[in-house]
Write a protein that binds this ligand. Structure first.
Ligand code: NAD
Ligand code: ZN
Length: 249
């Protein structure tokens, strides 16, 4: 990959007043978490995406949680998940005042662990759960322990209604974080999309709301032709190169 692309991104970053980042599952693959749509390693090669839907959770909670536990063990891969270089560079860029906010589709909590602060989790967070009736919030562990004890569906200790994961499932309405993220996008000079196939809506409408957007992704996306620049590289390598040029200026 020619250096000039990294250099021009560093230039665009320096010339932009407000920069927002949009990340997807691709930024976490280097932490050992598989994404959904990579050709060989993506989880959709092993699971049917319709099973992670709101409809399926309410129709067949036993099967839903069986699958969720299976997915969790794959995501964790038996180890503690840690942020990678790409997460750390983004946190440092925010601390240095280069980027304003970070919108993520990820539910893995790694941006927070790396030190990013102004985060919009538009698809929720796997560490949290809530009651569908009284809306009380619980840790995911509370829900998980009930599921492991075969209390399915897991019930709210307050009102006895159903507890569910805070992760946004297919068919769910989006949370208020999405609407705040939309505002961020609309007021940004530049959005940098990192590690997302941009196939999931309505999040994939956000880049077009910024004045311009660039894409850093291993594979092509269907929004490439509308992007100001596209880099097909690993997130950590690309961000290291770009950050090197920013610091040299
Ligand atoms: P996706 O699987 O549709 O696309 C990921 C993209 O990242 C692919 O196009 C792939 O080429 C690219 N990629 C993979 N590794 C990369 C790397 N190291 N550097 C740069 N690019 C890389 O993911 P998506 O667009 O985020 O949409 C999928 C949905 O799945 C999201 O809503 C997200 O909530 C959910 N998800 C989250 C996690 C997580 O939290 N880590 C994991 C899997 C899925
Ligand atoms: Zn309740």
């Amino acid at each position: 990959m020619a250096d000039h692309k990294f250099k021009s991104i560093a230039g665009i970053i320096n010339d932009s007043n407000k920069i927002t980042i949009l990340t997807g599952a691709g930024i976490s693959t280097e932490s050992g978490i598989p994404d959904f749509r990579s050709k060989k390693t993506g989880l959709w090669n092993r699971f049917d995406s319709s099973l992670l839907s709101r409809e399926f959770l309410y129709k067949n909670p036993e099967k839903f949680y069986e699958l969720a536990i299976q997915l969790l063990s794959i995501l964790k891969n038996g180890q503690k998940i840690k942020p990678n270089k790409a997460h750390y560079i983004l946190a440092e860029m925010e601390n240095n005042g280069i980027i304003s906010s970070l919108i993520t589709q990820n539910i893995d909590n790694l941006h927070k662990l790396a030190g990013s602060k102004n985060i919009y989790e538009v698809h929720g967070n796997m560490k949290k759960a809530y009651c569908v009736f009284c809306k009380n919030e619980y840790s995911f562990l509370t829900l998980y322990k009930k599921v492991l004890r075969k209390q399915i569906p897991p019930l709210c200790p307050e009102c006895g209604s159903i507890l569910r994961t805070s992760v946004i499932l297919f068919g769910d309405e989006l949370n208020e974080q999405f609407y705040k993220a939309r505002e961020e996008a609309m007021t940004s000079d530049l959005m940098m999309v990192i590690g997302s196939s941009l196939e999931v809506g309505p999040v994939n409408t956000l880049p077009m709301l910024a004045k311009k957007f660039i894409i850093i992704n291993r594979d092509r996306t269907c929004f490439d032709s509308q992007a100001f620049l596209v880099i097909n590289k690993n997130a950590a390598d690309a961000l290291s190169e770009i950050y090197k040029f920013i610091k040299e200026r």
